[in-house]
Design a protein around this ligand. Structure first.
Ligand SMILES: [Zn+2]
Length: 267
């Protein structure tokens, strides 16, 4: 494994406010080990991740927020002192007028906190749903303005608008400045991560991907989610199409994982 160079190594994040919403234990984010990332399937909509982009000097003057050199995929990378049995459900691509209320009702029924990765264009259309997400105690995450799957291929100004513009619009609609950013399709680059860090956000990936966006069937989504181990960040969607399979799978998965002793936390 190649050692990170100095600039790449300046990547611990000090996030005074970062903590588990459910656990309520603020934690400092520790530096990720270069060899900590497991293999996972190709991200949504792309056969492979883009190659490493040239590193740019992030130019942070004070170092209170420094970029991670790759996104977090496990809860215990984010908060090492998280309860050992914790898992985090992340719900992407909303808000959606049909599926988000169903998701919120389901989560309320099971008293599960989650993290919603919001697309700012949808936020602009359905601001009341964003208020409802926050009022229910869920976490919000920046998921860009328009959900471009080629985010790393855009120009610097466009990347800034996609990430920073969404950050500001989500903050305005929700009253909460997002502390997390997730790249559409899990397509990351150094510039994407730097831009998220410039806006005070930690980059969040996932460990469990049921590929529910492709509607593989409720049983397939269920099986995938039931593979969740302690510390898993689980991906699913409440936007981008018919999410009935996702909702149906979660009706089984949430009680089953709880039965196994796992505890859901928001990021
Ligand atoms: Zn997405």
């Amino acid at each position: 494994m190649r050692r990170p160079n100095r600039r790449q190594a300046l990547l611990a994040v000090t996030v005074a406010g970062a903590g588990l919403a459910a656990g309520g234990v603020p934690e400092l984010l520790r530096m990720l080990r270069p060899d900590a990332r497991p293999k996972k399937p190709a991200p949504r909509g792309h056969p492979a991740r883009p190659g490493p982009a040239p590193r740019r000097d992030p130019g942070y003057a004070h170092g209170s927020l420094r970029a991670l050199r790759r996104p977090v995929h496990s809860l215990h990378d984010l908060t090492p002192a998280a309860p050992p049995n914790a898992v985090a459900l992340t719900v992407d691509d909303g808000p959606h007028p049909r599926w988000t209320p169903m998701m919120l009702d389901l989560l309320a029924e099971h008293q599960v906190p989650a993290t919603f990765s919001l697309i700012a264009e949808e936020v602009a259309q359905y601001p009341k749903l964003v208020e409802r997400i926050v009022a229910a105690g869920h976490q919000v995450c920046d998921h860009t303005v328009t959900h471009p799957l080629n985010l790393p291929g855009l120009g610097a100004a466009q990347i800034k608008e996609e990430i920073g513009g969404a950050h500001d619009r989500i903050a305005q609609a929700s009253g909460v400045a997002p502390r997390y950013f997730r790249a559409p399709g899990g397509n990351w680059s150094a510039q994407v991560m730097d831009t998220a860090a410039e806006h005070g956000m930690i980059c969040i990936d996932w460990e469990i991907d049921p590929r529910d966006w492709a509607r593989p069937g409720t049983s397939s989504i269920t099986r995938s989610m039931l593979d969740s181990k302690p510390g898993a960040i689980i991906l699913c969607h409440d936007g981008g199409g018919d999410r009935s399979e996702t909702i149906q799978a979660l009706r089984t998965v949430i009680p089953a994982l709880k039965q196994r002793g796992l505890a859901f936390v928001a990021l």
